[in-house]
Design a protein around this ligand. Structure first.
Ligand code: GDP
Length: 455
């Protein structure tokens, strides 16, 4: 149990109609009483009630007219005493109120510290705490829905089910540990085998659906590739419907990669524009090209842009070559100009013809992208409450499944119960990392520092 009382602004910095400051900890209410004078004849503050009143500084001077609420433990976000002050949303007002509390002994909260306390006090498990930041960061409806389901325990429930099944197996195996010379009876062995296999099959289902979940959560990463001057930036801009990347006539000016998000037909996309891929001696650009190659490998889809008004050349072929391993959609751009004869070496790939200048054919790109994603028949209507979308969770499930595989093999080979128990404990350990029971501290740190201050 933490003993210090933390404070942070719960609303973003800058001007706003109201600003909310939040305190959590043993002294939260005591600190409030030092500065808050409720209007009317209020003798004591009831929990979970909003009171109008004056916030006075140490000298008794009025800082602001505010609303304040006390949420007494354990019925609060952190399960500690929590106080919120709703004041006017101005930088000076909020800083002055914050200063009073800090002078009185409160400490500035670190990023994610409120949620960390909620986790440490058992109000949220780790996957639910992670959902809080996912919900805040969600950039599409689908990402928001996945996060909301996870916050309500969708991931935890599934993991708890697995945990209880594996714990049952472990109990059965451990009953034999004291009698190592006796083999596990045939009936028990069959039961262990079939139950372990059934947990593993369920985990495999989840892993098979992981990509749809991940795409809905993180967005489909779409890389825009092509030699310089074919119209990559123009394409990015027109897809975004606004000019953010700088469009120029000088080849190779987009040296670094630019990433933008949009939602297309319900599918969130992350569009990545790269430095033009081509043979180059220019060092800066070489770096960009190398980075592009990394990104090509991790992209879900590559839009390979080609200038359809000119014959393809070695640089186009080089670009095609660099994305051989990926899912590619050829985009023949500049359809407003007379077209050249298509090159047979490009004909095996799906393609669309567009003009970023006139807007012709852009709908085709959008449909092609949505088709490519939903063509698998999955992303369209994924069940949000059975979806795993976080890579950390996936990785733990993979380890759990490997331990179960190992257990099944060892059981079939007639290994001793001690060894069998070891595999099951490893499986449980991996599952516990998802919910936070066995997560190493450095991973916890990494998760909570992703949060903003005040959450
Ligand atoms: P990038 O180097 O591949 O990013 O290409 P840009 O988007 O910077 O475009 C290069 C040049 O081609 C610019 O002069 C654009 O105006 C031009 N351009 C882009 N798309 C089209 C198009 O559909 N039709 C025509 N005629 N020109 C285009």
């Amino acid at each position: 149990m933490e003993t210090d009382t933390i404070i942070a602004s719960a609303t973003p910095p800058g001007e706003g109609g109201i600003g909310i400051l939040r305190l959590s900890g043993l002294n939260a209410e005591k600190f409030l009483q030092l500065f808050f004078q409720p209007a009317g004849s209020v003798s004591a503050l009831e929990s979970h009630r909003l009171y109008l009143g004056s916030f006075l500084d140490q000298q008794g001077l009025l800082v602001d007219e505010v609303m304040a609420v006390v949420m007494r433990a354990p019925r609060s976000y952190t399960r500690e005493d929590v106080v919120e002050i709703h004041c006017h949303g101005g930088t000076v007002v909020m800083r002055r109120i914050m200063d009073q509390f800090i002078d009185a002994g409160a400490r500035m909260a670190r990023p994610g510290e409120f949620t960390l306390r909620a986790f440490l006090n058992g109000r949220l498990d780790l996957s639910e705490a992670e959902a809080v930041i996912d919900l805040i960061r969600a950039r599409s409806d689908s990402a928001g829905r996945i996060a909301a389901a996870q916050l309500k325990g969708s991931v935890s429930r599934t993991v708890h089910e697995f945990q209880s099944q594996v714990a049952d197996l472990l109990a059965l195996v451990e009953a034999h540990v004291d009698f190592p010379e006796e083999d596990i009876e045939f009936a028990d062995q069959q039961r262990l085998l079939s139950e372990a296999a059934s947990v593993n099959a369920h985990i495999q289902d989840i892993l098979n659906n992981f990509d749809s979940g991940r795409i809905l959560r993180e967005g489909l990463s779409v890389l825009i590739l092509g030699k310089p001057n074919v119209g990559k930036s123009s394409l990015l801009n027109i897809l975004l419907g606004e000019s953010r990347a700088i469009v120029t006539d000088i080849p190779g000016t987009t040296r670094d990669t630019i990433e933008e998000c949009l939602v297309l037909g319900g599918v969130p996309l992350r569009l990545i524009d790269t430095a033009g891929v081509r043979d180059t001696e220019d060092l800066v650009e070489l770096e960009g090209v190398a980075r592009a190659k990394n990104k090509i490998e991790s992209a879900d889809l590559v839009l390979l842009v080609i200038d359809g008004s000119r014959p393809v050349d070695d640089n186009d072929l080089l670009a095609l070559e660099s994305c051989r391993q990926s899912r590619v959609l050829l985009v023949y751009n500049k359809a407003d100009l007379p077209a050249t004869v298509p090159d047979v070496r490009f004909s095996p790939f799906p393609s669309v013809t567009v003009s970023t200048r006139t807007g012709e054919g852009l709908d085709l790109i959008k449909t092609a992208i949505v088709d490519l994603v939903c063509g698998d028949g999955r992303s369209g209507d994924v069940q949000m409450d059975s979806v795993f979308s976080d890579r950390r969770h996936r990785e733990a499930l993979v380890r759990c499944s490997e331990s179960l595989d190992h257990f099944i093999a060892a059981l079939s080979a007639g290994n001793s119960p001690e060894f069998l128990a070891l595999d099951l404990r490893e499986a449980l350990h991996a599952l516990g990392e998802i919910t936070g029971e066995t997560t190493p501290d450095d991973i916890l740190d990494r998760i909570f520092t992703r949060f903003c201050i005040g959450k």
